[in-house]
Design a binder for this molecule. Sequence first.
Ligand code: NAP
Length: 252
Amino acid sequence: MFDLGGKRALVTGSSRGIGREIALSLARQGADVCIHYLGDRNEAEAVVTLIHAAGRSACVAEGDLTDTDAPRSIVAAAVQGLGAPIDILVVNAALQVPQSLADIDPESARRQFDANLMGTVGLIQNVVPDMKQAGSGRIIHIGSVQQWRPHPDMTIYAALKSGIENMMRNFAVQLAPHGITVNTVSPGVIETERNRRTLTDPAYRARVRERIPIGRIGKPEDCAGVVAMLCSISGDYITGANIPVDGGMSLD
Ligand SMILES: NC(=O)c1ccc[n+]([C@@H]2O[C@H](COP(=O)([O-])OP(=O)(O)OC[C@H]3O[C@@H](n4cnc5c(N)ncnc54)[C@H](OP(=O)(O)O)[C@@H]3O)[C@@H](O)[C@H]2O)c1
């Protein structure tokens, strides 16, 4: 039911963390995948090697999403590496600058806006024409539990996650007539590079765990299955949804 054979996917920020597990999971279901990265080409190439070992095609695309031209060049690299159309776009990369009220500065706020919100718009604008021509497509944004429970140190990041989720529902309506579904998958606390250092503090880790009804911190793999489902035929009638993958944290 989750067969993705013959599909081409672009997953941003997929050299590590949640994006890496999503990319590997899509490849395991049969998709060819473009690995987008910003920092470390070797990490991205390592994911490509794993995908090749699984018998699928893969390529890399570099790009800083704070640059206005990056969405275009990232999608162009994906098309060059895999061919057209890109059937699946997973917008996973996100810039997070910890800032509470007193710390917010326009420059950091603007960089997060450019990378996260305008980067998402640009990526979608660049994949949609081919998806429309094909009459089908899947677009997934990786949101956050912070839409429901904003962390006081992440004001702008959390506000942008909420704004993008709203925008995805808007795009879902605009693109449904073209056979393109648009959804949000919203992780809770998932242990990755981003939070590994803070989570090594046992007292902090225990406090975080107490806020998660399922009683454990998430793993990147926890987020991958639902994305594969949404990208498959099983997701055909699901659009404009926002699916938490958070052990119940958003309920608290
Ligand atoms: N981990 C969590 O607890 C958690 C919770 C809720 C939501 N999320 C969301 O899940 C997604 C993945 O998170 P993660 O924890 O796996 O994060 P991560 O390990 O910090 O990875 C973030 C990714 O975003 C990329 N990135 C950052 N700034 C960028 C920019 N300016 N241009 C292009 N790419 C950029 C990074 O690329 P490089 O590695 O190449 O630098 C990296 O691949 C994000 O959207 C995040 O907001 C995570």
